[in-house]
Each structure stands twice: as C-alpha cells, then as structure tokens.
Design a protein around this ligand. Structure first.
Ligand code: PNS
Length: 167
C-alpha cells in the first residue's frame, strides 16, 4: 500500500490545496493531509480549527474516501518514519515555490535518506491561489468564494473579516 502525505500549514485550506490532494488521491492508495503545528509561526487559525476546516471541506467532495487528516508538531521526517509513508506530495505553483520546495526536499533527504518528495502542478485556475492571498482578501472584506470551498468560506469570514459586513 502506497501512502503519501500532503503536509502544510493550511492556514486556511484553499481550492489550490484541494486540487493537489484530489490529484494525489487518484494516484495513491492513501493520502494523509498533514497539518503542521508550527510553534514559530503564529497562524490565523489554530491547528484544531485547521483540521476541522479541512475535514469539513473534504467531507463535501465525493471520491476522496482514501484521504485522512492528521496534525503534527516537530520534524516532518519523524512523522514519515513512524507512519509508513512512501513519499511527500507538494504543490508547485511558480518558480518561487520551486526554489523553496527543492531546498526543503534536499534538506529532508539529508535528515532521512529515504525521504522522497513528489511535486504536483495545480490546475491553471488555482495557480495563483495561496492561503496568504485568501487571508488578505477576506480580512479586507473581499470575495473569496472562488478561492476556497463553500463550506469553509463562512468560517474564514467569521475569523478574519471582523471589520467588514461579510460576517
Ligand atoms: O504550507 P506550508 O507553510 O508551505 O508548509 C510547510 C511545511 C509545514 C510543510 C514545512 O514547514 C514543514 O515540513 N514543517 C515541519 C518541520 C520540518 O520538518 N521542517 C523542515 C526542517 S527545518
């Protein structure tokens, strides 16, 4: 059984993430969407909220029966080691992503020689979508409906859009 992990901050999950997760779920037996509890980076959502948002979003999509959600703190290589994971899947949107992701991939392989990273490209319509763009647009009261799943849109507005009418 081939299990892959899609790790990330998911602060919040976007249609870009879901695109990559869906592609991975078609190719591999099991996909773990892995929410990083980053102690250095204070996110807009707690890791518990992020897990809840992802479960809500994925629950609405048919055919993702092999996708599970988990969270972790610490090194990704330690999670890989203890969960029988074959590879890590990351999405690459642009050259800027590529430079960072290749660095992380090489670093992780140095920490764990069997570490493999598989890079997926997103659909064109999601190629510019990022969590930080969604946070920024939502905070300023803009329309995020084309960037995130319907089921999590309101959760994002409630948390981020305090000074504007969307809540
Ligand atoms: O969505 P992001 O913020 O690009 O995800 C980055 C993430 C969580 C995949 C990356 O920061 C990570 O793997 N964090 C876990 C800690 C770790 O193993 N870091 C690498 C060595 S410093």
């Amino acid at each position: 059984m081939k299990t892959v992990v899609c790790p990330g901050s998911f602060d919040p999950i976007t249609n870009g993430h879901i695109d990559i997760i869906s592609r991975a779920s078609e190719l591999f037996d099991r996909v773990i969407v892995l929410v990083a509890q980053n102690l250095e980076k204070k996110g807009s959502f707690t890791h518990i909220e992020r897990v809840e948002m992802i479960n809500t979003a994925l629950g609405d999509i048919k055919g993702l029966n092999n996708v599970y959600v988990d969270s972790f703190s610490g090194l990704l290589v330690d999670y890989i080691d203890t969960h029988e994971v074959s590879a890590v899947v990351k999405g690459i949107r642009a050259v800027s992503d590529f430079e960072y992701e290749v660095q992380m991939s090489l670093l992780n392989r140095r920490l764990h020689p069997k570490f493999e990273t598989i890079f997926f490209t997103p659909s064109e319509e999601n190629s510019f979508v990022s969590s930080s763009i969604v946070r920024q647009v939502a905070t300023l009261g803009g329309d995020i409906s084309r960037f995130v799943p319907k089921s999590v849109e309101q959760m994002i507005y409630v948390k981020l859009c305090k000074g504007y009418a969307k809540v």
